[in-house]
Ligand binder design. Sequence first.
Ligand SMILES: [Zn+2]
Length: 108
Amino acid sequence: MSEIVCTSCGFTGESSAVTKGSIGTELVLWLFFLIPGLIYSIWRLSSKYEACPKCKQNTIIPIDSPMGKKFLKENLPDQYSATFEKKYEVNKNGLAWKLGKLVKKIVK
Ligand SMILES: [Zn+2]
């Protein structure tokens, strides 16, 4: 589970694990035919993938990757500032920022 951005629908947030097939089919196969049930279960487990919880597509990229940032900036500027500008403000009050100010004073 990690923060992602979906390039299909623009969802941002946690990805979710999606399993193909249905639990109903799996149960029926297990009840009536043991071997197909087993095969079906293995297939479902092996086809599990991380996807967008909104549109179920696997067109997701990590939000803090260069591509994720680029996508957000170009397509969802509001989401971009909400996600990344907070972090920037924290940096503003950080030690590096204060040191920078101090150095400027000394130089003047
Ligand atoms: Zn999506």
